[in-house]
Design a protein around this ligand. Structure first.
Ligand SMILES: [Zn+2]
Length: 151
């Protein structure tokens, strides 16, 4: 039997504080690899999947601006391309770490509503960060919902 799609499952939440620490450090480390010569706005992201694997991403820009991709989608697509289909938690690290609308739609495709989303407002120069927690279900009110669409 096929696994339920993410939007129909519940996130596993055991070991929450160590997962948070691991994701925050992974996202901050990934931020250092950002390729952002145009915006000069580095972003890092990290996800942990249901199987416990961590995947990271950074924003990757292009001279043809529309080809840029956000750190969150890089991390999620890396996880999916390695056979993972369920995000247990996601962390974004940037000066002001909030996912864009496109990333929010991608997050809810793979993360159940109760999956933890962590924002790390992080300034590497000042070495200060502010951490905020929310849930995937709060990211995109009235989002396109695959269940409602019969998908
Ligand atoms: Zn985005």
């Amino acid at each position: 039997m096929a696994k339920k799609p993410a939007h129909k499952r519940k996130a596993r939440t055991s070991g929450k504080s160590s997962i948070r620490t691991r994701l925050i450090e992974a996202a901050k480390a990934a931020q250092k690899n950002a390729y952002c010569p145009y915006s000069r706005y580095p972003v890092g992201a990290a996800v942990i999947t249901d199987s416990g694997r961590v995947f990271t991403g950074c924003n990757v820009e292009n001279a043809s601006f529309g080809l840029a991709i956000c750190a969150e989608r890089v991390a999620i697509f890396k996880a999916v391309s390695h056979g993972e289909k369920a995000i247990r938690a996601l962390c974004v690290a940037a000066k002001s770490a909030k996912p864009c609308g496109a990333c929010r739609q991608v997050i809810i495709e793979f993360a159940p509503k109760d999956a933890e989303i962590i924002y790390v407002d992080w300034n590497p120069m000042a070495k200060k960060h502010k951490v905020t927690f929310t849930k995937a279900g709060k990211l995109l009110p009235q989002a396109f919902n695959p269940s409602e669409a019969g998908l």
